[in-house]
Design a protein around this ligand. Structure first.
Ligand SMILES: CCCCCCCC(=O)SCCNC(=O)CCNC(=O)[C@H](O)C(C)(C)COP(=O)(O)OP(=O)(O)OC[C@H]1O[C@@H](n2cnc3c(N)ncnc32)[C@H](O)[C@@H]1OP(=O)(O)O
Length: 165
């Protein structure tokens, strides 16, 4: 459970693999904003198992990728992942809570350089991640989702489109 006093951020959409509350196969991240950073408190469970007792690297990567998608609320742009690098520094035990924090490192035109770290309640940093997101406009999504779903995703969110300002 996150500390009170931080702004809760809405999921990208209800079925999102990372943060959708209606996706039973998802991570169901609850994400908060703390100034220019976003964070989530996550304990991987049996659905995310890799080696016995340990979280799968793909699940850790998915958590980082989705959390980076919440930095967009800070940047106030729509962007998508072009590259994602995860450094697995130590095994992540199932059931052990980690706080994953993400932020914009710097921006270069359409390129958003992002960084994240996952730190256990015991203070151990078990993974870090860097990503390059590229700013896109809403048309990026409209070829694949229904018009209704795409507009619902963005009208609920304080994200600006490149065209919309
Ligand atoms: C609403 C948000 C939800 C968030 C959910 C969580 C995040 C996600 O999982 S998003 C889903 C996964 N990602 C995707 O599906 C993206 C798929 N890729 C694409 O659609 C395209 O490659 C896309 C849109 C990223 C970029 O394509 P395009 O718009 O043609 O850009 P492109 O011209 O190739 O590159 C844009 C700029 O980035 C630069 N660039 C591209 N790749 C790199 C790279 N690896 N390193 C450095 N620079 C790069 C280019 O040189 C270019 O620079 P400039 O503007 O100065 O010329």
């Amino acid at each position: 459970m996150a500390d009170s006093g931080f702004a809760s951020l809405p999921p990208h959409h209800p079925q999102c693999l990372g943060c959708g509350p209606d996706n039973p196969a998802g991570l169901q991240l609850s994400v908060y904003r703390d100034g220019d950073e976003v964070f989530t408190d996550l304990a991987f469970d049996a659905r995310h198992r890799g080696a016995p007792g340990l979280a799968h690297g793909g699940a850790i990567s998915a958590a980082c990728d989705d959390l980076f998608g919440f930095v967009l609320y800070v940047v106030e742009e729509i962007a998508v992942t072009r590259t994602l690098t995860v450094e697995y520094r130590a095994p992540v035990p199932l059931g052990q809570r980690h706080r994953i924090t993400a932020r914009l490192h710097h921006r270069d035109g359409r390129r958003l350089h992002l960084e994240a770290a996952g730190v256990g309640d015991d203070g151990v940093t078990r993974f870090t991640a860097q990503a390059l997101f590229i700013v896109v406009d809403i048309d990026h999504f409209s070829d694949h989702g229904t018009e209704h779903d795409v507009h619902a995703m963005f009208t609920q969110h304080p994200l600006r489109t490149r065209e919309g300002g």
